[in-house]
Design a protein around this ligand. Sequence first.
Ligand SMILES: O=C(O)C1=C[C@@H](OP(=O)(O)O)[C@@H](O)[C@H](O)C1
Ligand SMILES: C=C(OP(=O)(O)O)C(=O)O
Length: 429
Amino acid sequence: MARRALTPYDKPMHGELEVPGDKSISHRAVILGSIANGTTKISNFLDGEDCMRTVKAFQLMGVSIVKQESTIIIEGKGTSALKEPVEPLYFGNSGTTTRLMLGILAGLPYFTTVYGDASLTKRPMDRVINPLTEMNAIIDGRNDGSYLPLSIRGEALQGITYTLPVKSAQVKSAVLLAGLFANGETKVIENTPTRNHTENMLQAFSAAISTDGRETTITNTQTLTATNVYVPGDISSAAFFLVAGAIVPGSKLTLKNVGLNKTRTGIIDVLQAMGADLQITNQQVSGGEEFGDITITYTELSSTVIEGDIIPRLIDEIPILALLATQVEGTTVIHDAEELRVKETDRIAAVVDVLTTLGANIEATDDGMVIHGKTALTGGEIKSYNDHRIAMMGAIASLITKDDVILDDDSSIYISYPNFFEHLKDITI
Ligand SMILES: O=C(O)C1=C[C@@H](OP(=O)(O)O)[C@@H](O)[C@H](O)C1
Ligand SMILES: C=C(OP(=O)(O)O)C(=O)O
């Protein structure tokens, strides 16, 4: 636990940053590389705590995974070479590890127990256990089998057609991954599109998968073929510096090689709707994932409404967008974001608490928040709620506060952005 005092910065920021690899893509690359046949090299892998939980889980199942700086080499030998783990799998703070691994473990012929930290232990798992149970999975756990710790006895699975009742890529992914081992076809239908990295990665590893509009179908695939994966920068991490550039007058920042998958770029659409000066250059594609450089040049912005289908495209960026909304004239309203209540912490309550402490005019609603701008932020002592996105939001706020911001604990930042403070320093010297 590390308390940190952050001093306001009152000069324009200039510079270029290469944010770390995408968390969602890093998890998926480890999972598929570990069950595929052959060697998978993952470059620009995010070695944050969450992705390392996924790595550790497969190491405990006998997979050779070696890390050399930001490259990971996996020697995959197919699922038949995996071993039953002899100890419980610890998933720390990582919702993605837990939900995606449940999809895998449900179909492997092993008994496994999984557990997590205090936050993960409070997050709902029935959203994944329900469809997996429909597929014949045998999963039990605390509180009628809906919370960690859980036990999984792998079973022969049966394909299903499943319409997602929650806007969750983790649920979609768990069902699709289980579909690799299930008899026949597994179809997932989503009313609101969510991030499609699992679909892209399954395609890259030669699974029998196809998407038609909002329906994705996967057919039992005994053997995946290893491939090399380049992980683009995480737009959810870039978001903190995009907002920094948007709130500190006179700034101009470039974020290099940032993932631009359309299911993730809601923040770019919102910034543009608010009037931001954004330029996207050097666009490329690798493994079905688009990426490129984003340059933001400070300009006065105006308020907006964020609701509907855009929400899953920016769900993790809402805390930092709320900070931005405190710095624009007018009222910004965020609706349809009830999923924030079941993240690492209740992010609606946490954002409202932190920004209120800093002097903002913000109210919580059941499914979002209402922010009245523009307010001068004061500084003060804030709680991170042990949530990386809340801690980084507080740190970015300190750029424009009158007095210091004291963060009670900055350790959660290692979850998704281990070199966050170095990057913050690089652009504030
Ligand atoms: O699939 C993923 O990698 C993720 C999906 C989202 O969660 P939900 O599926 O719970 O919405 C997101 O908030 C999380 O950070 C990562
Ligand atoms: C919600 C998040 O992650 P997870 O669900 O994997 O814990 C996040 O990174 O903001």
